[in-house]
Design a binder for this molecule. Structure first.
Ligand code: PMP
Ligand code: GLN
Length: 381
């Protein structure tokens, strides 16, 4: 393993999912739903496969039907206009979009300011690009970004701001005011902004505000999303980038040498998914909000300090009420103690103290599974 990747062993998600399987625990660790997405969209994938659409290499930028649907989605939900031919790129999930964007836009030695705790692939992709991550720490209980601190972190080497809202793992959702302030800072310092919005439709309080829609941002923003979370198909790995044409061209240059293309028949199915009526998105969100509340109440009853998330699949808790402070040790022992798996947020921080006692639980599971997890967690008391 080269020096750039030293320290990046197995991802925490793989480690904890393997632990769940090994111990037969309820897995509230890795964020994936235990119910698949809409039947009609699965049927659309089967139809594409059977009709021979996408069984061979799709076009490099993605199939035209999906690019048009992504463009229409951005207009329908956010009033953003992107040319499907030059300003939309289909990727192998948001994961590839993040990797290709970092590899395309960063020079060795560049600095990237990213919210901490950060989704684990950010750190690895910044490192693979030879750049340096500079954390802007989001602190409990509210996890709001400190924008004065953001200003103070900018140096002549700062190349881009890497945003994530709704934010994994904390569930923080940026307000319009915060987006405007971040946009103003980006314009003032001539920075690129990369924004990971995979949880865009999973907002339970307030609304999702795409930073690309803020003044001055369209030309300097790479927006990333994917179908995994919105449609409950995390295994299909259909993601995308929307940005001004020069940025999309740059990202595509890197992307074509990572996977070239992916997910042929699934691209056609997701093109249909993106055109589902508002009712789908509203019902899905309401269902997840109910699950958030169910698990939140259960965690509180079990003795955790709960940091209420405004979005995502996740609830971040603090284990201090149990007289414990090492989240990683806690999560490794949890299957033995009560048969539940969770994720230690501490691994998403550079600052070893900031997230030391935080543990993340996923609520994108069936009600019976959440009930069982809560019953088990109550044994901790
Ligand atoms: N970004 C964030 C914040 C995530 O939580 C995830 C995992 N769902 C991804 C990116 C990766 O998305 P995908 O599965 O589409 O590659
Ligand atoms: N995004 C998911 C999570 O945060 C995991 C994705 C993965 O396993 N890489 O739990």
């Amino acid at each position: 393993l080269n020096r750039r990747l030293a320290g990046f062993g197995t991802t925490i998600f793989a480690e904890m999912s393997a632990l769940a399987v090994r111990t037969g625990s309820v897995n509230l660790g890795q964020g994936f739903p235990d119910t698949d997405g809409p039947e009609e969209i699965r049927e659309a994938a089967v139809r594409a496969l059977r009709d021979g659409r996408g069984n061979q290499y799709p076009p490099g930028p993605g199939v035209p039907e999906l690019r048009a649907a992504i463009s229409d989605h951005q207009r329908r939900f956010y009033g953003l206009d992107f040319d499907p031919d030059t300003e939309v790129l289909v990727t192998a999930g948001a994961t590839e979009a993040i990797a290709a964007t970092m590899l395309a836009l960063l020079e060795p030695g560049d600095e990237v300011i990213a919210f901490e705790p950060f989704y684990d692939s950010y750190a690895a992709c910044i490192a693979m690009a030879g750049a340096t991550r500079v954390p802007l720490t989001l602190r409990a209980p509210a996890f709001r970004p400190d924008l004065d601190r953001l200003r103070s972190l900018i140096t002549p080497r700062t190349r881009l701001l890497l945003l994530n809202s709704p934010h994994n793992p904390t569930g923080m959702v940026l307000t319009t005011e915060e987006c405007d302030a971040i946009a103003a800072i980006a314009v003032e310092h001539d920075l690129l902004v990369v924004t990971d919005e995979v949880y865009e439709h999973l907002v339970y309080e307030g609304a999702h505000h795409p930073v690309a829609a803020r003044p001055g941002m369209r030309e300097r923003t790479v927006s990333i999303s994917s179908a995994g979370k919105t449609f409950s198909f995390t295994g299909w790995k259909v993601g995308w980038v929307t940005a001004a044409s020069p940025l999309v061209t740059a990202v595509r240059t890197a992307k074509q040498f990572l996977t070239y293309v992916s997910s042929g028949p699934f691209q056609y199915a997701i093109a249909e998914a993106l055109r589902l009526p508002d009712e789908y998105f509203d019902t899905f969100r309401a269902d997840l909000r109910g699950k958030r509340d169910l698990l939140g109440d259960g965690l509180r009853a079990a003795g955790f300090e709960v940091h209420q998330p405004q979005g995502t699949y996740f609830i971040t808790t603090d284990i201090a009420p149990f007289g414990e402070k090492d989240a990683y040790a806690f999560c490794r022992a949890l299957p033995e103690r009560c048969g539940v798996v969770a994720i230690p947020n501490s691994v998403f921080y550079d600052d070893p103290e900031a997230g030391r006692s935080q543990v993340r639980f996923a609520f994108c599971k069936r009600k019976a599974v959440l009930d069982e997890a809560v019953a088990r967690l109550k044994r901790l008391a």
